[in-house]
Design a binder for this molecule. Structure first.
Ligand code: S3P
Length: 437
């Protein structure tokens, strides 16, 4: 499976009207909260990617009746806060850090024990950021000596509420603690060092829970019951990101993206690209299932390098592979700091992107917490390795819009974790992308 390789021939045009698949973060949360709610939760626009399907299968393995996905529709018969059943096998969460970290919180409050495993990439990712505060709440979780998966969570601990000062800006940590907090008889509060995506808080409110937020402190009272309801998942701005950057850097670029999630904790990519001189217009802003949504139109423009404001980093955390391609096409130098988290994503995104950019003739200087990228007008052709990282593979595909020769990208199977129809949509708007198995 990992033998999948993309070849992208140079081209100059990216044009069309697209709806990219559903938001990954929101799709995971819809399954998790729908499962522990009472009554039916009907989800539309669900992302049928490998990551979110791993979450769906995990809850089916805990005896939650779930139908779908079929054409983006999933129907969950919620079993209530105490209704999950012990799975008979370890829960395999594949490549999905969001599944493992959020579920660590949810599983910590169950009456049964559970083991969670993942693929080679997930098995290298740090879990202490969730296991340590969960242990402070009373959870009993074992990991490897390095704090990596598999996680073994012992059932039935009496959980207590804590007030936790998060050391890093992480929505996954915040969400894990909120989910564990539901299983306490007290209040759990998390103080964020900087705002991170707030889909969990918004969705908990949609299920009828009270979540308080004041000055970066988020509090939830335990024992609140969730009421099933309909959720429409917007298109994922993190998937739209590749086409947004592609349209900016193409000679003739004009792409319209429909029904894109515009949660202000996710739109850092638009702010950064606009500071670089991008032509991005937003239409028909609306609210859907408690989340802001809009259509976005992006046209080609000459970008210029900037110092990326550190405050925007958590708001664009998954978009840096795409943004590095934009920076490489900009006039002048782009400097990123305050982004050490990129080193512990599906791959070390600073290192892996720097290596690929070097292969294409770009001068970069990776630092401990970021990178310096010298813009060039055109990439050379060449071979780059995605290291099994979906977003790295998709980012380098867009580089072909400014390349002199073909770009060969190795190890692309994991594109299916977040964007299963990427190849078809990319071809539809003009990318000369072919797949070799
Ligand atoms: C996610 C949060 C982010 C992001 C990840 C999805 C989520 O991670 O990078 O892809 O759904 O909560 P961190 O919160 O660890 O930064």
């Amino acid at each position: 499976m990992n033998a999948i390789q993309f070849t992208v021939e140079p081209s100059e045009e990216l044009q069309g009207n697209l709806r990219v698949p559903g938001d990954k973060s929101i799709s995971h949360r819809a399954i998790m909260l729908g499962a522990i709610a009472e009554g039916v939760t009907e989800v539309t626009g669900f992302l049928a990617g490998a990551d979110t399907l791993a979450t769906l299968a995990a809850f089916q393995a805990m005896a939650v009746p779930i139908q779908g996905p079929q054409a983006g529709k999933v129907v969950i018969q919620g079993v209530g806060l105490q209704g999950l059943k012990a799975p008979t096998v370890p829960l395999d969460l594949g490549n999905s850090g969001t599944s493992m970290r959020l579920m660590a919180g949810l599983m910590a409050g169950q009456k049964f024990s559970v083991e969670m495993t993942g693929d080679a990439s997930l098995s290298r990712r740090p879990m202490k950021r969730v296991t340590e505060p969960l242990a402070a709440m009373g959870a009993d979780i074992q990991s490897s000596a390095q704090g990596t998966p598999p996680l073994r969570i012992r059932g039935n601990p009496p959980l207590k509420g804590i007030e936790y000062q998060m050391p890093m800006a992480s929505a996954q940590v915040k969400s894990a603690l909120l989910l564990a907090g539901l299983y306490t008889h007290a209040t759990t509060c998390i103080v964020e060092p900087a705002p991170t995506r707030d889909h969990t808080e918004r969705m908990l409110r949609g299920f009828g829970c009270e979540v308080k937020e004041e000055a970066g402190k988020i509090c939830l009272r335990g024992g609140q019951r969730l009421q099933g309801h309909a959720i429409d998942v917007p298109a994922d701005i993190s998937s739209a990101a590749f086409f947004i950057v592609g349209a900016c850097i193409a000679q003739r670029g004009k792409v319209r993206l429909q029904h894109v999630g515009m949660n202000p904790t996710r739109t850092g990519i638009l702010a950064i690209l606009r500071q670089m001189g991008a032509d991005i217009r937003v239409y028909q802003e609306r609210q859907v299932s408690g989340e802001p949504v809009a259509d976005i139109e992006v046209c080609s423009s000459q970008l210029h390098g900037i110092e990326i404001p550190p405050a925007l980093v958590p708001l664009a955390i998954d978009e840096f592979p795409a943004l590095f391609i934009a920076a490489a096409c900009a006039q002048g130098t782009t400097i990123l700091t305050g982004a050490e988290e990129l080193r512990v994503k599906e791959s070390d995104r600073i290192q892996v992107m720097a290596e690929g950019l070097t292969q294409l003739g770009v001068v970069t200087q990776p630092t401990t917490d970021g990178i310096i990228i010298e813009g060039i007008q055109r990439f050379g052709g060449g071979k780059v390795h995605s290291h099994g990282d979906h977003r790295v593979a998709m980012a380098f595909s867009m580089a072909a819009l400014r390349a002199q020769g073909s770009i060969l990208i190795e190890d692309c199977a994991n594109v299916a974790t977040s964007f299963p129809n990427f190849v078809a949509l990319a071809q539809q708007v003009g990318l000369k992308l072919s797949v070799q198995q």
